[in-house]
Design a protein around this ligand. Structure first.
Ligand code: 1HN
Length: 375
């Protein structure tokens, strides 16, 4: 009944909707409903919460639990049958939209040596983070990109892309990250299969890394007018080296440790208009302070082990585990019980938050900046 639903949104605060049900109002609400309309005061407090209320919950997906199921998919379906052979991560609060957190999708894709998945394009933007195996490659708009462990590759929206593993390689597993729930929420998703199912390689292998991958150098003929980074691949070694160098001379942030964003070398901005990514180094003994911000975040442990407290819940993670931080959830990370570096890869919708003017952040003021953890 309209009345019952509405009652739970009443607030006894000046300036907030607070109308008690009467028989006359109940009849009025029903009349409006017949006209596909409604009284705003019955929903106002719900649709305008005081602060973001994520439907997503913090989740840790342990690789040691998922890996065997991902490999099992190789026996059960071929890439030809499945299109993409993927086990996706489904946040318990977001099952209806196949999201891992917020409006972000994540899945684990597996491919055997000699296999290939056909070329397609879609409105969603995607990235891949290589978890295990050798010989993996992605072809994006005719550019072939060879991929190793902890490398990260872009397949921006509208690009033809396909993946495979060379015959000389080993079974490969990578994380796919996409903004597909966001694109679907915006009702803007198109999808196309490449007419030849496979695309021609029209450039030297890894050419974009050769052109755009030099630190602090910009090619003289660096024409690039796309809205995404021309550097499709961000390799692990230079990334870890950069973090190590940064950590040598800086304390980093009390909330994030030593964090570097993957950027578009043309303009220093995020790698794609809707998805940003970073790698974060937590030094042995390091414990960050809790803060929260708008934006949804999916982390993958690229190196080491440690724990995070997310909205008061403790999650112990180790290499290859994936976890999420929903929007406006307090979070803090710890590498306090290890003698090795811990590195967290992360992708998020921060570029959306920033470009739409929706970014906000706040430090936890109480308890010395740390949450009291359960779980
Ligand atoms: C996609 O294009 C890939 O290209 C993987 O490998 C996962 C999930 C939803 C929509 C498109 C890929 C995907 C996807």
């Amino acid at each position: 009944m309209a009345g019952n639903t509405y009652d739970s949104y009443r607030e006894s605060v000046a300036g907030r909707a607070n109308v008690a049900d009467t028989p006359a109002l109940a009849a009025y609400y029903q009349q409006l409903e017949q006209l596909d309309a409604g009284a705003l005061w019955t929903v106002a407090n719900k649709i305008e919460p005081w602060q973001p209320k994520s439907e997503s919950v913090p989740v840790l997906w342990r690789y040691r639990d998922l890996r065997e199921h991902v490999l099992r998919a190789v026996e059960l379906v071929t890439p030809e049958q499945a299109g993409r052979r993927v086990v996706y991560l489904n946040n318990p609060g977001r099952r209806e939209v196949s999201a891992a957190v917020g409006w972000l999708y994540s899945g684990l894709q597996v491919m055997n040596p000699g296999e290939a998945a056909s070329a397609h394009s879609h409105s969603a933007s995607a990235l891949r983070f290589i978890m295990e195996g050798t010989g993996a490659y992605t072809i994006v708009d005719g550019h072939k990109v060879m991929l190793g462990k902890n490398d990260f590759v872009l397949t921006p929206n509208g690009t033809w892309h396909e993946h495979g593993v060379a015959a000389y390689g080993t079974p490969c597993i990578w994380q796919d990250g996409l903004d597909i729930p966001l694109v679907n929420a915006m009702e803007a998703g198109f999808y196309a299969v490449h007419p030849d199912l496979q695309q021609a390689i029209t450039h030297p292998v890894d050419d974009l890394t050769a052109i755009w991958g030099a630190k602090g150098l910009h090619p003289q003929k660096g024409d690039w007018d796309k809205r995404y980074s021309p550097l499709f691949k961000y390799e692990w070694e230079p990334t870890y080296e950069a973090l190590t160098q940064y950590a040598r001379v800086s304390d980093g942030s009390p909330f994030d440790g030593v964090l570097m964003n993957y950027v578009n070398p043309v303009n220093g901005g995020p790698v794609m208009p809707t998805i940003g990514a970073s790698m974060q180094l937590l030094r042995p003994g390091e414990k960050t302070r809790a803060h929260r911000h708008t934006g949804s975040f999916i982390y993958q442990v690229a190196k080491g082990s440690g724990c995070s407290i997310i909205n008061g819940q403790r999650f112990e993670w180790t290499e290859r585990d994936i976890f999420c931080v929903p929007s406006w959830a307090f979070h803090e990370h710890s590498n306090a019980s290890s003698s090795d570096d811990a590195c967290l890869f992360c992708f998020s919708d921060l570029p959306v938050m920033h470009s739409l003017g929706l970014y906000r952040e706040e430090a936890l003021a109480e308890n010395g900046g740390h949450q009291v953890a359960s779980g």
